[in-house]
Design a binder for this molecule. Structure first.
Ligand SMILES: C[S@@+](CC[C@H](N)C(=O)[O-])C[C@H]1O[C@@H](n2cnc3c(N)ncnc32)[C@H](O)[C@@H]1O
Length: 502
């Protein structure tokens, strides 16, 4: 490994010699330009952020970046996304922490585009954490209807839920189970994403030390699990529905060989479909590897090599289940406790002045003793498997006085007509650092004391307490505030979590 420099920060990168000596050498025959491939793996990966379509336009997001002196460029083929320098720490910016944007590497954004999503579809994300693709799909469905996000790892589901809360996603139920054993009682889905656990070779540009751990035996080891997940997706897909299988690895054992086996298990029931990916150069899936010859159909898969689009490595196969397969009856739906919530909502109306009928766009229920969750009105998760959570925890009712959560304030705060205070830039930074700060004389005279919703440039930041003593106390959550806060950000501010990039 060698040290390079990106905008003054030392960036650790691999060298061509490191790559040449690694197990990646076995892909020499697959790559059109080996030297360009190796050179790309020795450069840091450019960053990418997408604008949250429910909160900000991409031009306005570019404007916020420009104010910070960051040149952000549109990404061809990815509307709503902006390329940012590799060294830029998106996760430390105030606008990131309040859910105006999400950092996700370019190739990871492509699967959601190819799912052919439309509001009203029932969608399953079988290996969802940390949830970048889940969030994209949730918004492609209009933040309405039913999307189930599953992952085997409970810790990673928590991180996924944090991302969905920050972004204001209300049409997702999370589950924690082995996707290969996903229950039939969940019914059939119009679209299923299998973003499979893999050897992650394609992430080398942002995960430099991975090179030392590469071992092609990993690919052999992962194959059975990947087949089991894709097999289950085929079983749970409705006739005529679409399945997208993706990995961030180059290994044919985890890509074409997996897809070929599952196709062979479903003759006449499953086919690869042709999709175009404007803005990106891709290589067709391979049809031979080692002593194996595959069906020519496998060429309909897409390989993303890092040197073609200056991205990470990726693999995508889009499959369709035959319309002639058996349609199953609708599953039993989960029932939440939806009674007794009206008085809490009336309390919020009385305080913050929401419009009459405002809550009709949501389903409100109590999933924990701590308070209320908010879901899209038509969100209908199945009874099985057991949900970890549905929608967004938005109102804490076990404290006096009851208080909107930060995720709740970010979601509904812009519709509050009272107790909403616009902050200055300095106050914004203090708020994001969870500090207590002084209001200006004008703010102090205009705003009654008590719990308030604060915003900056009209973008809601969260909840604060305006004390009788005259100071404003930030209620921004500790676990969200490692991001944020401008020039005085604490030295311990954590970097953008690596798992925010998936
Ligand atoms: C490539 S990551 C998914 C990234 C995610 N789709 C995103 O865009 O943020 C693969 C995920 O599969 C999960 N996983 C591994 N084995 C699984 C299984 N048997 N069932 C469900 N999830 C599994 C891992 O915990 C990991 O979070």
């Amino acid at each position: 490994m060698a040290e390079g420099s990106a905008r003054g920060r030392a960036a650790v990168v691999n060298t061509p010699a490191d790559i040449a000596a690694s197990p990646l050498g076995r892909y020499r025959s697959l790559v059109d330009d080996w030297d360009a491939f190796v050179a790309s793996l020795c450069r840091p990966l450019p960053g990418c952020v997408w604008a949250n379509p429910t909160r900000i336009g991409v031009d306005a997001l570019a404007g916020l970046l420009a104010e910070q002196g960051v040149a952000a460029a549109p990404v061809p083929g990815l509307p709503g996304a902006l390329a940012v320098p590799a060294s830029f720490r998106a996760g430390q910016q105030w606008w990131y922490c309040v859910g105006l944007a999400h950092a996700q590497e370019v190739v990871s954004q492509i699967p959601a585009l190819l799912m052919d999503l439309a509001p009203g579809q029932r969608v399953l994300d079988l290996c969802a954490a940390p949830g970048g693709k889940t969030a994209q799909m949730a918004f492609a469905l209009g933040n309405r209807g039913t999307l189930i996000a599953n992952d085997l790892s409970f810790m990673r589901i928590k991180s996924l839920q944090g991302n969905l809360d920050r972004l204001g996603v209300v049409n997702v139920t999370t589950t924690c189970s082995d996707g290969a054993n996903w229950p039939s009682a969940s019914g059939q889905f119009d679209r299923i994403l299998v973003d499979a656990p893999c050897s992650s070779e394609g992430t080398l540009r942002r995960n430099v030390s991975l090179l030392q751990r590469l071992d092609h035996a990993n690919s052999e080891r992962l194959g059975p699990r990947q087949r089991a997940l894709l097999r289950k997706a085929v079983q749970r897909c409705r006739p005529g529905g679409r399945i997208l299988y993706s990995t961030c690895t180059f290994a044919p054992e985890e890509n074409e060989l997996v897809v070929a086996d599952i196709l062979a298990e479903h003759p006449g029931e499953l086919r690869l479909i042709e999709v175009s990916i404007p803005g990106f150069l891709t290589q067709p899936g391979i049809t031979a590897w080692g002593d194996k010859t595959l069906s020519p159909e496998l060429a309909l898969c897409h390989r993303f090599w890092p040197h073609h689009n200056d991205t990470g490595g990726f693999f995508i196969a889009v499959l369709e289940k035959s319309p002639a397969c058996l349609v199953e009856p609708q599953p039993t739906q989960a029932v939440g406790s939806e009674i007794g919530n009206a008085e809490w909502l009336a309390g919020l109306d009385a305080k913050y002045g929401f419009a009459e009928g405002y809550w009709g766009q949501y389903r409100v229920n109590r999933q924990t003793r701590r308070g209320l969750h908010l879901m899209a009105a038509d969100h209908a998760p199945p009874a099985a498997p057991k949900a970890e959570g549905s929608g967004l925890f938005f109102h804490r009712t076990n404290v006096r006085p009851p208080k909107p959560t930060t995720a709740g304030a970010l979601l509904v705060g812009r519709d509050a007509t009272r107790f909403r205070l616009e902050l200055t830039e300095t106050q914004r930074d203090a708020y994001m650092r969870r500090e207590t700060f002084e209001p200006t004389p004008e703010q102090a005279s205009a705003m009654p004391r008590g719990q308030i919703i604060v915003s900056y440039l009209g973008y809601v930041l969260g909840v604060a307490i305006f004390h009788r003593s005259g100071v404003i106390e930030s209620q921004f959550p500790r676990r969200w505030s490692g991001c944020a806060a401008g020039p005085q950000a604490p030295a311990t501010a954590r970097d953008l979590p690596a798992d925010a990039l998936g």
